[in-house]
Write a protein that binds this ligand. Structure first.
Ligand code: TRP
Length: 336
């Protein structure tokens, strides 16, 4: 039986921290066993917020190396702007996307506020508004059945489904596969500095632990993790302690997790022991990934060429879809 297609994408902004790793990338690595996978580094998306050209290019390559170091196979990784058909299909799909639905995207509301602040001149790009349509193009161009994403992408997925359905209906053909989200079970990783907020690059350095940080830094960040601020109701686990336990679990250090949980239940848990175990766990997850990155960096040129080659190969699929879309919509299909 033919394998079903999985697609997901990540923006080349911010660093790759444990929240992104446990919440997304580790799962993407697993999915490669079972599905036909496409993983995009979406640089067109990264232009929707104020950006620096130099940083954009640096971030794209850094993320490419990071993803390969985490275990994504190079054949599955592409850089969005090397496949300009994403933007082309994005335009066509704009004409099938509901303006009203776009105005209801909650992420736009959050991000436009960030953009106004970051730009220093209250600027919000039209690209930021249209961004979910480009995301729909990323998904539909490969006829993806499943899209592993976090809950924050639910509305965007719904828009992609609506676009696919409307296109199929108006063009009179069941052409686009209607994509389904694939939510991961991994618990949300919270900031160790403020366990009531999600671990995130945009909150600042102390709110995320970089997957590629050196061992001393990882240990230091865990040592200073907030545990109990004293405002948790009696009998409940504080968010900080809960977060440390879920980091242990996400790192697959189940034995340490269970024995420390027993201590906790007996009221005998020492936070230093928990922190020690979490630091050990994170260091053991990060060490082989860092080593792999070093190895890739020692062949920098070759690895970059491989990513370009895989993008060129993946582009063929995208070109085929756009060709068919042109036929269906009445646009000319001329090859010069
Ligand atoms: N919007 C996603 C995010 O901010 C990134 C993204 C772009 C994406 N295109 C996609 C995710 C296609 C899944 C599928 O995280």
């Amino acid at each position: 039986m033919e394998k079903k297609t999985v697609l997901s994408c990540i923006q080349p902004t911010g660093n790759l921290h444990f929240g992104r790793y446990f919440g997304a990338i580790a799962n993407w690595v697993q999915l490669q066993e079972e599905y036909d996978c496409f993983y995009g580094i979406v640089d067109y998306h990264a232009m929707t917020m104020p950006f620096s050209p130099k940083k954009l290019r640096e971030n794209v390559w850094d993320l490419a190396f990071n993803l390969l170091a985490c275990g994504l196979k190079k054949e599955h990784v592409f850089i969005q702007s090397l496949i300009p058909e994403h933007a082309e299909l994005g335009w066509i799909l704009n004409c099938f996307a509901s303006y009203g639905q776009l105005t209801r995207m909650t992420q736009f509301k959050d991000k436009s506020a960030q953009s106004q602040e970051k730009s220093g001149e209250g600027f919000i790009s039209a690209g930021l508004f249209g961004y979910p349509v480009l995301q729909a193009a990323d998904i539909l161009i490969y006829q993806a059945s499943y899209v592993p994403v976090g809950k924050d992408q639910e509305q965007h997925l719904e828009l992609s489904r609506n676009i696919a359905t409307r296109f199929n209906h108006l063009m009179g053909k069941e052409f686009f596969v209607c994509p389904e989200p694939l939510y991961t079970e991994i618990p949300k990783v919270m900031s160790t500095a403020d366990p009531n907020r999600k671990m995130s690059a945009s909150l600042g350095e102390k709110h995320n632990i970089d997957l590629f940080a050196d061992e001393a830094r990882i240990r230091k960040q865990i040592r200073s993790a907030v545990t109990d601020t004293g405002d948790t109701p009696a009998g409940e686990m504080s968010p900080g302690v809960e977060n440390l336990f879920s980091l242990l679990k996400a790192s697959n250090h189940q034995e340490a997790h269970n024995s420390l949980m027993e201590d906790y239940n007996k009221g005998e848990l020492k936070y230093v022991d928990l922190k020690q175990a979490v630091a050990d766990a994170l260091v053991s997850v990060s060490a082989p990934i860092r080593a792999k990155k070093q190895e890739l960096l020692s062949n920098k040129k070759e690895v970059k060429n491989q990513i370009k080659a895989s993008s060129a190969e993946i582009r063929k699929r995208a070109q085929q879809t756009v060709k068919e879309v042109k036929e269906l919509t009445g646009l000319l299909n001329v090859r010069f």
